[in-house]
Design a protein around this ligand. Structure first.
Ligand code: MN
Length: 352
């Protein structure tokens, strides 16, 4: 792709919702009767942004006067331990108990319908579907779509819609939205950390929430078993300096057996990529987390020379230039071989 074409594509992708989209989203909520039933859904294996933006928005809806609000996500109804202290957890119901035909369904941080799992049917059974997201690859699968690729987190979109509805950001809402914002910006370390992000964060902190307590609880606490598990998984990391035309690849695997031996739930592995991606000799880092005998949840990170979203999309997943993921099938070696094969085409021209 030439530089000009690349710039053009970036410009297209970065276009967020129009004023008409915002107004339509606001109208969907304002049109709800006081007895209106709203179902909030976030993506499978929810992270801090998915849960935080969903619960924060749910609390905001209640303040707005919509009281019949359920929040849910596909798959087992277990919330990762570090996120169990989030305000608004009382809104959560297991997927099996979710309203089969709500007046309005609102989706959070789900880049595609497939991320809603078995709950995707609500897109057709609900009276209307509103999508709040920030993934550039989101096709806009709702009746109204607020997809803002320039937003650091889905919570930024949720925050803006709550403001339009006249909802006051109280401490509970602020904590949810702050957890979401810190999750997706890597605690304000990633490229997405714009001046606007710090302005949102400042407004949330001004409600009196405690950033130290929140980040200790959400990011810096894990069971001892997980600490030992990380040691093993990091010990088997492999460095391939020649991969990606010499930009380098580092990868490791965590198996179901690893989890069982250390008696740990799968979510503890989410933080592993942060320990792998600091490898100086590699632009690209990958963690393959086994989810079934021949199935891996693959997390990828880049320092910028490789657009890992291109690799992920080629493998049926999605994400951003610096962080992406997909589901890989086969042996770990086969999955890594497939990744190696996509790295060259994912090199960002003029970088590195
Ligand atoms: Mn997100």
């Amino acid at each position: 792709m030439t530089g000009a074409a690349g710039a053009q594509l970036a410009a297209t992708v970065d276009v967020g919702p129009s004023e008409a989209d915002w107004a339509a989203a606001e109208a969907l909520i304002r049109a709800l009767p006081s007895t209106g039933r709203v179902l909030l859904i976030c993506h499978v294996n929810p992270d801090g942004d998915a849960l935080g933006s969903m619960l924060g928005f749910g609390l905001g809806l209640r303040q707005f006067g919509v009281h019949r609000v359920q929040a849910t996500f596909p798959g087992p109804p277990e919330v990762p331990e570090p996120l169990r202290g989030l305000p608004g957890m009382e809104l959560l119901v297991p997927a099996g108990d979710a309203d089969p035909a709500p007046d309005l369904v609102i989706c959070f941080d789900a880049a595609s319908e497939s991320r809603l799992g078995a709950l995707a049917d609500r897109l057709s059974t609900a009276g209307a579907a509103l999508v709040l997201d920030h993934h550039a690859s989101n096709p806009g699968f709702g009746t109204v779509n607020l997809v803002e690729p320039g937003a650091a987190a889905t919570s930024v979109v949720a925050d803006r819609l709550l403001a339009r509805l006249g909802v006051t950001t109280d401490r509970a809402i602020a904590e949810c939205l702050y957890v979401a914002l810190t999750t997706d910006t890597g605690s304000f370390r990633f490229e997405a950390t714009t001046p606007a992000v710090h302005q949102v964060a400042a407004r949330l902190l001004a409600t009196g929430i405690s950033p130290g307590d929140i980040s200790r609880r959400v990011f810096d606490t894990r069971p001892f078993g997980a600490v030992r598990l990380f040691g093993e998984v990091l010990g088997r990391a492999r460095l391939e300096p020649a991969a990606a035309d010499g930009q380098g690849l580092v990868w490791t695997t965590a198996t179901l057996d690893d989890l069982a031996r250390h008696d740990q739930p799968p979510y503890v592995l989410e933080a592993l990529i942060d320990s792998v991606r600091c490898t100086a000799e590699a632009d690209v880092s990958c963690v393959l987390k086994q989810t079934a005998p021949d199935e891996w949840a693959v997390s990828m990170r880049s320092k910028g020379a490789v657009d890992v979203s291109r690799v992920a999309v080629a493998m049926g997943g999605g994400g951003h230039r610096f962080a992406a993921g997909f589901t890989g099938r086969g042996s770990a070696e086969q999955v890594v071989e497939a990744i190696r094969g996509e790295l060259g085409a994912a090199l960002v021209s003029g970088v590195g």
